[in-house]
Design a protein around this ligand. Sequence first.
Ligand SMILES: [Zn+2]
Length: 87
Amino acid sequence: MEFKKCDRCGCFFISEDNVCCNCKPKDRADTIKLHNFIEENGSAYSIEEISASTGITIKNLSRFGEIQNINGITEKREFKFNTNIEL
Ligand SMILES: [Zn+2]
């Protein structure tokens, strides 16, 4: 456990995660939204286009996938909360 700064709101917290407990549900909702978008539309979109369609900020999209090239997302990496999604 270490002292961290939340990637979303900037507050300090102690956790294994990259966001504080207030932001975790928001991050999770955004991640699910992103998954759904890619599942429905594929990943051949720019970050800007995905941001406009999903309402997820570009900053957060970048965090989720560390996106250099959004086209590579689905092949290259699992999203952070992928394994925790329970719908
Ligand atoms: Zn936060």
